[in-house]
Design a protein around this ligand. Structure first.
Ligand code: KG4
Ligand code: ZN
Length: 336
């Protein structure tokens, strides 16, 4: 079969990213321009600033991308675009560029759901095997997904309130740490002790999650300690918090692997960068003869390479769009 080169675009939040991916697996070039330094000044992503930065940067990112390889726009076969879900203003910038390139080059436009992108990040390093369970843990999502084949997604569990990454970021904020706090909690937790009493989040037999309770528990704990003039040992709070949330995430993931009788596990999304989560799932899968697909750290957080991989498999299933394609801030991966 002919080689298919995808030019992929990801602008759903605060990264302006473009990538060239061959046949869903081979990364030819990627640029990720992060706006984190700008948003850190405000303690979180400011949507208006994010979309303006995408506008300023996106053509520069395209120029840089093309400089990185001998591939030219004439070699591109499909245009992959993460058009949902995300910040609407940010998504629209990437979508407009994708539509323009699709029209200009007369190449198919392939919409990719952001979560499908995260799952296919792992495919860039190791071809996915099916059936599989995907654990998607990011700033906006906490889901367990069953896939029996490429580009076929069945949700089996979801968060009922906050996403896990959002919860990490809020706990970090309570501890006075800068945005994004997830990696900082991860680092602190590795040096602390599990000394604080915090509740296990939604410890039941479903595949659903709930993290708002433990977030409030951390807030109450910190306020109480302050009122008593007690020293707050941040690393111990980080360890206690992380142990509780990971205990439930790992337990429910193992439950899904067993109940759906799969031998393959994908872990995806920004929180898949978490060292302790990686350690626990690596240990479990190694001891139980389960194949673990977990992207390198650079592919865990938002990037266009993952979109380029997913777009290839969407294209093989004829999931193309015309120029009326819209961006959606909220969209289910399961409604087509
Ligand atoms: O996938 P992503 O880049 O964006 C979304 O689609 O949401 O995920 C970003 C999230 C942030 O909440 C960030 O704090 C969290 O992933 N994160 C981590 C770690 N690295 C990033 N959370 C815990 N431990 C980490 N090492
Ligand atoms: Zn993401």
């Amino acid at each position: 079969m002919k080689n298919i080169i995808c030019l992929a675009i990801e602008t759903s939040c605060d990264e302006t990213s473009m990538s060239l991916i061959r046949n869903g697996e081979e990364e030819l070039a990627t640029i990720v321009l992060s706006q984190i330094d700008i948003h850190a000044n405000y303690g979180g992503v400011v949507p208006e600033i994010a979309s303006r930065s995408h506008v300023e940067n996106i053509t520069l990112v395209l120029d840089e991308l093309l400089k990185k390889t001998s591939i030219t726009l004439d070699d591109v076969d499909i245009i992959g675009i993460a058009n949902a879900p995300g910040l609407i203003g940010s998504l629209l910038v990437g979508l407009q560029v994708a539509k323009t390139l699709s029209w200009l080059l007369n190449k198919p436009l392939i919409p990719v759901h952001h979560i499908a992108g995260h799952i296919y990040a792992a495919n860039l390093e190791q071809r996915l095997e099916f059936p599989l369970i995907a654990l998607v843990v990011s700033g906006g999502h906490t889901e367990l997904i069953y896939m029996d084949k490429d580009y076929s997604f069945k949700q089996i569990g979801n968060t009922l309130d906050d996403a896990i990454g959002e919860c990490y970021d809020k706990v970090a904020k309570i501890l006075g740490l800068p945005y994004p706090g997830g990696p900082l909690i991860d680092a602190l937790a590795s040096t602390g002790k599990d000394t604080y009493q915090l509740p296990l989040p939604l410890n039941d037999n479903t595949y659903n999650f709930s993290f708002s309770g433990i977030k409030s528990a951390v807030l109450n704990l910190v306020n109480q300690e302050k009122m008593k003039n007690n020293l707050i040992i941040k690393e111990n709070i980080a360890t206690s918090f992380q142990n509780r949330v990971l205990e439930i995430i790992v337990k429910k993931t193992i439950h899904a692997i067993n109940e759906y009788k799969v031998r393959n596990l994908v872990v995806a999304g920004g929180v898949a960068a978490n060292k302790e989560l990686r350690r626990r799932l690596s240990e479990y899968t190694a001891n139980n003869n389960i194949k673990l697909f977990i992207p390198s750290i650079k592919y865990c957080t938002d990037n266009a390479a993952m979109v380029g991989s997913a777009a290839y498999y969407a294209y093989l299933r004829n999931k193309t769009a015309d120029l009326s394609l819209d961006a959606l801030s909220v969209k289910s991966l399961y409604q087509e």
